[in-house]
Write a protein that binds this ligand. Structure first.
Ligand code: OAD
Length: 248
């Protein structure tokens, strides 16, 4: 792993334009469970039952009780880990421009990254399904489920449910930065959910080097990624930043 960390530090140092794509694995060390694999949310719940827009429209109370309330508790407690801090440091060092994240927890911004594309939306805000008023999640009273807006409409998190479109601006900009980068770090994503998983493909086709960080191989490994640094994102990012600081 040490040799690959050195190699990544060299690749990042030599790059002009670096983008990171992150997934649930980037936030695991902050106590937020991933979706797939052992201990993942989809082991406990059927995503089509709790995370599809049709399920929410049919039974918002059930989806709020089974999924959204727990997500709120977990995200409320979460703090950036060494992966988020490492990416923020890379931006400070002038090595990283944009983070595209599939996560809705806001931890990249909390760590200090300033250009974060939230591909699947953000849990920091709720929006009323009737009048589209947006209210910060921390100000939404959840003593009654589902929480309601002053107009009587039901609040829903400002995230993408299965069956919904990716916010156009996020999709368009992600495509743009994927086309322009010369290195893409792909951290903690299984690479199975589209269209997010297309971004490394777009970057690769535009000539970028793809560096994957994940304790497991993924669908991208050996196909799209140039190499995989096999390990937890926090340790690996910490190692890469330390190496770059040594080189500077
Ligand atoms: P997944 O849950 O599919 O994958 C998590 C990845 O994190 C796996 O490849 C793990 O091997 C890896 N992993 C585990 N521990 C790690 C660690 N300590 N450091 C780094 N990686 C680690 O999550 P995503 O790929 O993000 O969509 O899933 C994509 C989308 O599927 C999510 O955004 C969500 C979900 O349905 C929506 O909510 C719309």
């Amino acid at each position: 792993m040490d040799d690959l960390i050195k190699k990544a530090a060299e690749d990042l140092s030599g790059a002009k334009n670096v983008t990171a794509l992150t997934g649930a694995g980037a936030s695991i060390e902050s106590g937020i469970p991933a979706f797939r694999g052992k201990g993942g949310l989809w082991e406990k719940y059927d995503p089509m039952e709790v995370a599809h827009i049709d399920s929410f429209l049919q039974d918002p109370v059930k989806v709020w009780n089974l999924l959204i309330k727990d997500m709120k508790d977990v995200i409320d407690q979460a703090q950036p880990n060494d992966c988020h801090k490492g990416l923020a440091k890379l931006e400070d060092l002038g090595k990283l421009k944009t983070v595209i994240t599939q996560n809705v927890d806001g931890l990249h911004q909390m760590a200090g990254n300033t250009d974060v594309i939230e591909f699947h939306g953000t849990f920091a805000w709720q929006r009323c399904m009737e009048c589209n008023t947006h209210v910060e999640t921390r100000h939404v009273d959840i003593s009654e489920i589902p929480p309601r807006c002053d107009c009587g409409g039901i609040f829903r998190p400002n995230v993408i449910f299965f069956g919904e479109m990716i916010p156009q601006e996020a999709h368009w900009r992600s495509h743009q930065v994927a086309t322009e980068c010369d290195v893409m770090l792909v951290i903690g994503t299984s690479g199975v959910v589209q269209p997010a998983a297309m971004m490394p493909v777009v970057a690769k086709e535009s000539g970028a080097k793809i560096i994957e960080i994940n304790p497991e191989s993924t669908l991208l490994t050996g196909e799209i990624s140039d190499y995989l640094i096999k390990g937890p994102a926090g340790d690996v990012m910490k190692g890469i930043v330390a190496q770059i600081e040594k080189m500077d």
